[in-house]
Ligand binder design. Sequence first.
Ligand SMILES: Cc1cc2nc3c(=O)[nH]c(=O)nc-3n(C[C@H](O)[C@H](O)[C@H](O)COP(=O)(O)OP(=O)(O)OC[C@H]3O[C@@H](n4cnc5c(N)ncnc54)[C@H](O)[C@@H]3O)c2cc1C
Length: 411
Amino acid sequence: MELPSFRRHTEKTTVPLHASASNTKEVMSRVGKCLVFVGGGHAHLTSLKNLDRFLKIGHRVTLISPSSYHYYSGMGPGMLSGIYQPWEVRFNVKKLAEDRGATFIQGKVIKVDPREHQLFLDSGQTVSYDVVSFNTGSEVPMAKVTKAPEANLFPVKPVVNLLKARQAVLKAIQNRQKIWLTIIGGGPAGIEISANLLGLLDKSGGKGEITLIGGKRLLGDAPEKVRHLARESLQQRGVKIIEGSYVKTLEKGEILLNDGRRLQMNFAFIAIGIQPASLFQDSGIPTGADGGLLVNSYLQSVRYPNIFGGGDCISLEGHQLAKVGVYALRESPILYHNLRVALEGGTMKVFSPQKHFLLIFNMGNRKGIFWKKNWIWEGRLAFLLKNYIDRKFMKTFQVSGELQDQSEAIE
Ligand SMILES: Cc1cc2nc3c(=O)[nH]c(=O)nc-3n(C[C@H](O)[C@H](O)[C@H](O)COP(=O)(O)OP(=O)(O)OC[C@H]3O[C@@H](n4cnc5c(N)ncnc54)[C@H](O)[C@@H]3O)c2cc1C
């Protein structure tokens, strides 16, 4: 069904044929265009906060997102342990959009027709655009470990899964159930989840066994000192760490490792890495090796100049960027600027990714592991610094009464 407000325009838009023409004075004619944001993730936050700038000059703006809320991944593990409340960690993107006069559609885009400028939603709706921006993030490739997802299996994305997991574990503790928590994946997410599950058990007085299956080795790409600090912190607090083994399958409460070992579990967290959804490949839009929307330095599709994107769902031409929120946030103001240029003309800005970035792991006990280049240390100060940076970021974009909306209900 096509929504009346999204009927295609009969007027012709002046979109240049090649993305290299992006700095031409007038990419689109001046008034009344349809701008659609797909996904209300980190890379869209600057644009969403400033939507009135698009609307004031007559553009129609739509946000399509599967949920009214977007959860900030940097504080997600802390929400799992209870350091943070759900409302401290999320943005009400529906309200953010609607308060500024935009239309919010709850749903998922499953296909794009880049020639006809159409988006197809899981609900069957079709939405037309003149300019579209994707910030659809990434997903955990679950098929690598299980064919039949079951209860109490939590991929670490979307981050709201960590709230669902917290509620399920607390319920099991209340029912005095035996708890075997297994984390599959020894990257930064696997470390933070393990550490914050320790925090959750500590705070709630629950008893349980935590096992981290780290693949070849924990934090494979990190310097030895980071790996040592993370391993010590987890092992000293009772986490069993398995390295050198992979999960072959996971079903009916049992994990089978490639070395033949079998482990029991009743809660599993899947942190085996993330990749963009197949949306762009399925739609015949050029992608990078990981299936992300292939964009130039203006964050603009290399083939379709009215398609933009940011965050985990893009592949930046000539770079292999880590899937970290740091990049999504740095792209956010550039994307906002370039979308305005795409609609109104002007000169686009270039996104140049920084080579080194700071990572601080939240270790679930109000301590952190700080890592930037060769500067590596652990302690309370590292957690305080992360907490300060994260809360400052939240304050900038929580402008829709999030702290008053103290519901733990999950959409
Ligand atoms: C446990 C964990 C901890 C992390 N901690 C950190 C950290 O401390 N620092 C750091 O830099 N990075 C961290 N990361 C990485 C970080 O999560 C990602 O790099 C970041 O979320 C990317 O932001 P994004 O906006 O691209 O995607 P997302 O945050 O995933 O947002 C994408 C949005 O798009 C929506 N969406 C998805 N598909 C569709 C669709 N088809 N149609 C419409 N909407 C859609 C989703 O619902 C979501 O709201 C962490 C990751 C995990 C898993």
